[in-house]
Design a protein around this ligand. Structure first.
Ligand SMILES: [Cu+2]
Ligand SMILES: [Zn+2]
Length: 228
């Protein structure tokens, strides 16, 4: 953001230099326009995180999963192998602790203390990412976006655990005693700790609106300049 504020300032100073004999109201107008244009810049850092999924000591589960910040949410990509074919619950759990295997990752990451749900439900744990599906070779290919988890702030998942379960997550809709807490996804066959892969503030984007405001400002200023 700082970098782009500096860029905005430089562009604007060049711009003001072109109209050296400004009267006060033009100056005010330009400053106002400058802050307006800068405030519409979309700023987000494209941070990425990674988790190395390991087996729980009895399974052959392994894999690498990436979490990428995008303007649509967190894009989750990767491959997990060694699974039984079919659906497997896939969650972010509270702790990034594997000292006692997958069990020490604790419960689902649920800072707001609500019921378990599916990734598209309005009521869900932050960590409820639903199911992943393994093919007949036991390989699950992940490629989906979640709008709730983040890589910073209150819903930050970095440093927490990821768990792959033996069974399907019923997304809180089953009749089992643990449907509302774990989705009855059965035991933990693989897990890992989410770590930072890259942090980048260089991904700040110019949006169409900020670009348009600059173009309009230039046109208006040229027009005012010609009026003198
Ligand atoms: Cu889980
Ligand atoms: Zn949950």
């Amino acid at each position: 953001m700082l970098l782009y504020t500096v860029v905005c300032c430089i562009i604007y100073i060049i711009f003001i230099k072109l109209n050296l004999f400004l009267i006060a109201y033009k100056m005010l107008f330009q400053l106002l326009g400058f802050f307006l244009a800068c405030s519409t810049l979309t700023v987000y850092a494209e941070n990425t995180a990674v988790v190395n999924i390991q087996n729980n000591g009895t399974s052959n589960v392994s894999g690498l999963v990436y979490f990428n910040e995008t303007s649509d949410g967190i894009l989750i990509t990767g491959t997990i192998k060694g699974l039984e074919p079919g659906l497997h619950g896939f969650h972010v759990h509270i702790y990034g602790d594997l000292s006692n295997g997958c069990l020490s990752t604790g419960a689902h990451f649920n800072p707001t203390n609500v019921s378990h749900g599916g990734p598209n439900d309005s009521v869900r744990h932050i960590g409820d990412l639903g199911n992943i599906e393994a093919n007949k070779d036991g390989i699950a290919t992940l490629n989906f976006t979640d709008k709730i988890i983040t890589l910073s702030g209150a819903n930050n998942i970095v440093g927490r655990g990821v768990v792959v379960h033996e069974g399907e997550d019923d997304l809180g809709k089953g009749d089992f005693e643990d449907s509302k807490t774990t989705g009855h996804a059965l035991s933990r066959v693989g897990c890992g700790v989410i770590g930072t892969l890259t942090t980048s503030a260089s991904a700040t984007k110019w949006t169409l609106s900020s670009g348009l405001i600059f173009v309009i400002l230039i046109i208006v200023n040229v027009a005012i300049g010609n009026m003198q």
